[in-house]
Design a binder for this molecule. Structure first.
Ligand code: ADP
Length: 517
């Protein structure tokens, strides 16, 4: 690897060609080769050769500028000794100077140059040397050193060329690091996907399965990758939900049956640049338990009605007695109040069981404005007792809603009754209805205490009560939701503590002359 150049002159045409050739080769190597070790070694060797150096080395540094990798050896020196020397020159030698100053260092005569670190044991020291930092994006990622035994061997042009090569190598080092980091991240993601207990698919925006974890392949078949979603998952609801995610850019969930009666909760989440992630969670056991629980609750509730009727009947008969002592009368009234609450609970439970089971009453679709008036009229005495005011803003010309009158009465009663129940004395309640899309949105707003954020996610759960104030079963809102959703409607609320709550539901218009089930 000996140089064949004249020393001390301006670079000749052939020198320049050689420089350009070197740069071109280094550039090509750096961009073509992702194996950093090979790239660095070749870049170093070619620079040594082109500059006619006798020796060279290249060290890579971590962000704290500690050497993490070295290329090039020093003949006759063992590994440990070499490491010690590397540490020294990076701390105190020419290489260290180049790193700290982020610029090329040319020591034309090492004997005269204070930046050169002299190892006392060295008999044949370098006469001249170049150290050049590998800088990318302001960070020093390494340092390359070239040596020759002859003093004045390297020129300023050599230093400039070494600098140009170093810039290319620095880019290659940075790219290789980014590539390594990307590969590591990809591995982590794949491991994570494999470790998930649920089947997970990645679908591209054209609706094709591009990735599937082991569990997804076990459930849906080994050949699903590459197939359209509709062929991979046998469920029109899932395909529909996928379309909705693509069109609206918002997550969707659906519950579907797949395979032999297995029930899955399917969540579809859009991921920018990737497509849609689809997660299937097996809820078969939960659904069976839920069904069983509903059946037991319905059966027990039903069977409780007759003994309760006895309790109420006997208590009412007793209450009619004139010569009851005050204590006895209080007890009888207590029994009657308790029986009324039990009736309310049993009715709620039976209703919920009926709605969830899907059995229905066929009724005429009804007119909203008069129903709101009727429900508010029924609750008027309770509002008066609490000195609450009520405002109704329901246009009379709204089309009929897709809900029978008994169910609509139930929905309105539950929402307005809650507003009355949870709003303080002298509070204000407002019932409004507006056309929204192909239906009507009805809101019941109050200026009551509002609902704390931590309770808001659970309000529609069965038996959930956010406060122990007032009498209630915790079933009212579950019934509202079940009734509204059964007709293709939606429910929701906004609430702020100290300001009040607005519960709303949206129902589609009824088809003209239709009966509603
Ligand atoms: P409940 O029989 O307890 O009224 P619901 O299902 O109707 O059961 O309501 C669930 C819980 O939601 C209630 O216990 C109450 O804490 C809260 N809630 C409902 N409506 C209101 C409202 N208008 N203002 C404040 N809290 C409310």
């Amino acid at each position: 690897m000996c140089g064949a150049r004249r020393r001390g002159d301006e670079p000749s045409v052939s020198d320049r060609e050689r420089y350009e050739g070197l740069l071109y080769r280094v550039l090509r190597r750096c961009s073509a080769n992702l194996d950093l070790g090979v790239t660095l070694e070749e870049a170093l060797n070619q620079t040594i050769e082109a500059l006619g150096a006798e020796r060279g080395s290249l060290f890579l540094l971590d962000p704290a500028e500690r050497v993490i990798r070295r290329i090039g050896a020093q003949p006759g020196i063992g590994e440990d000794e070499f490491d010690r020397r590397v540490e020294r020159v990076v701390a105190e030698g020419l290489a260290g100077w180049a790193i700290r100053h982020r610029q090329v260092a040319l020591a034309a005569d090492t004997q005269q140059d204070e930046r050169w670190y002299h190892f006392p044991e060295d008999l044949a020291e370098a006469g001249s040397a170049i150290a050049v930092p590998l800088v990318h994006g302001g960070e020093v990622v390494g340092v390359m050193t070239l040596q020759h035994s002859q003093r004045g061997f390297f020129s300023a042009d050599d230093a400039a060329l070494a600098e140009a090569v170093a810039a290319q190598v620095a880019i290659a080092v940075t790219n290789a690091r980014l590539h390594d980091a990307a590969r590591r991240d990809r591995r982590v993601l794949l491991d994570l996907l494999a470790a998930l207990p649920d089947p997970v698919l990645l679908i591209d925006l054209e609706g094709r399965v591009v990735r599937a974890n082991e569990r997804a392949r076990l459930l849906l078949g080994t050949g699903i990758v590459g197939r359209p979603l509709r062929a991979a998952v046998d469920s029109p609801e899932v395909v529909e939900a996928f379309q909705a995610v693509v069109e609206q850019g918002a997550p969707q969930t659906v519950e579907v049956e797949l395979g032999e009666g297995r029930c899955f909760d399917v969540a579809l989440v859009p991921v920018v640049h990737l497509g849609v992630v689809l997660r299937l969670h097996d809820v078969t056991r939960l659904r069976r338990l839920d069904e069983l629980k509903s059946q037991v609750v319905a059966a027990v509730s039903h069977d409780l009605r007759s003994p309760l009727a006895y309790v109420q009947g006997f208590a009412e008969t007793l209450a009619e007695e004139e010569d009851l002592s005050d204590v006895a009368r209080q007890c009888v009234e207590g029994i009657l109040a308790g029986a009324r609450r039990m009736y309310a609970l049993i009715d709620d439970l039976l209703d919920l069981a009926r709605i969830e089971e899907g059995s229905s009453r066929v009724e005429e679709a009804c007119e909203l404005a008069s129903m709101v008036d009727a429900v508010v009229g029924d609750l008027a005495r309770r509002m008066e007792a609490k000195e609450q005011s009520v405002e109704i803003d329901v246009p009379a010309d709204l089309p009929s809603l897709q809900m029978g009158s008994l169910d609509l009465q139930r929905v309105l009663t539950n929402l307005i009754d809650n507003a009355v129940k949870y709003t303080q004395v002298k509070g204000h309640i407002r019932v409004t209805a507006r056309r929204v899309g192909e239906g009507v949105r009805v809101s019941v707003a109050d200026d009551g205490p509002g609902i704390p954020a931590e309770a808001q996610g659970r309000l529609f759960e069965r038996f959930y009560r956010a406060s122990s104030e007032g009498e209630g079963t915790g079933l009212g809102l579950s019934i509202v939701r079940a009734l509204v959703e059964r007709q293709g409607g939606r429910v929701g609320f906004e609430s702020e503590v100290g300001k009040g709550s607005t519960f709303w539901f949206w129902l589609p218009w009824a088809a003209p002359g239709a009966s509603v089930s």
